[in-house]
Design a protein around this ligand. Structure first.
Ligand code: ADP
Ligand code: MG
Length: 228
């Protein structure tokens, strides 16, 4: 049996106050194991981004526990959360958020250098990841010189650069045409399976979600399994 890499237990998150209060998550539970790819399909405003932010330690829940590789995060300092995030989590946003002044290789190498790898090791790994994702020939291009699908694949390579135990992706194919979405999703799932990471991917694309190991939705503040 594979280990649990991401666990949410009785997570509660609301926004606003008084009669404007919106309860997004109420006692939400979720467990994702290493090598497992879980898709979240839910309407806009249902709380997908909230769930990913909380899972990625970018936001704190008001109640409940978030465990990353078995480490509880509720009592942790901001510094501790930042370090845990840096060491264990890879995040893919809907918009790539690549640094415009840097090439694809430099963008993928940056988090590795921050983690203490040498320039040579980092660049070798970046080239390998870009190659795997089918954008090996784009290593020396800046983001503005890449297509949307290429940018997103570089963003995936960057998210995977430090072998994260947990990969979180917020509508990573949301801005792409169907054929490119397919490529990007394939690349992402291949990487996740190869690295044995746990993945949680929000998507509106049912055809892609069906290729995940499991599909969940957010309903009445709970995370529930669904069949598509
Ligand atoms: P999704 O990603 O599924 O579209 P979100 O997680 O972004 O949904 O948002 C869920 C709900 O929480 C929405 O009603 C949204 O307006 C609300 N919300 C999200 N972030 C905030 C915030 N920082 N302040 C107030 N309300 C928020
Ligand atoms: Mg969202």
């Amino acid at each position: 049996m594979s280990r649990t890499h991401l666990k949410l237990a009785k997570v509660h998150r609301h926004y606003g106050e008084g009669d404007k209060m919106v309860h997004v998550l109420e006692a939400a539970d979720l467990t994702v194991k290493g090598g497992e790819l879980v898709a979240i399909v839910a309407p806009s405003g249902a709380g997908k981004s909230t769930l990913l932010h909380i899972s990625g330690l970018l936001e704190r829940p008001q109640a409940g526990e978030v465990e990353i590789v078995g480490v509880g995060t509720t009592g942790m300092s901001e510094r501790g959360r930042t370090l845990l995030r840096r060491n264990t989590i890879g995040y893919v946003y809907q918009f790539h958020h690549l640094l415009p002044e840097f090439t694809a290789i430099e963008n993928v190498s940056m988090p590795q250098l921050i983690a203490g790898r040498s320039q040579k090791e980092a660049d070798e790994r970046s080239r390998h990841l870009l190659e795997m994702l089918g954008v090996g020939k784009r290593g020396h291009h800046r983001p503005a010189e890449l297509s949307g699908g290429e940018q997103q694949r570089v963003a995936i390579a960057r998210a995977a650069a430090n072998n994260p135990r947990v990969v979180l992706a917020d509508e990573p194919t949301g801005n792409l045409d169907p054929a490119t979405s397919d490529l990007v999703f394939d690349a992402l799932s291949q990487l996740i399976r190869e690295q044995g990471a746990a993945a949680l991917i929000a998507t509106h694309n049912h055809a892609l979600a069906k290729r995940a190991d499991r599909v969940v939705t957010i309903r009445n503040g709970l995370i529930e399994p669904i069949e598509l």
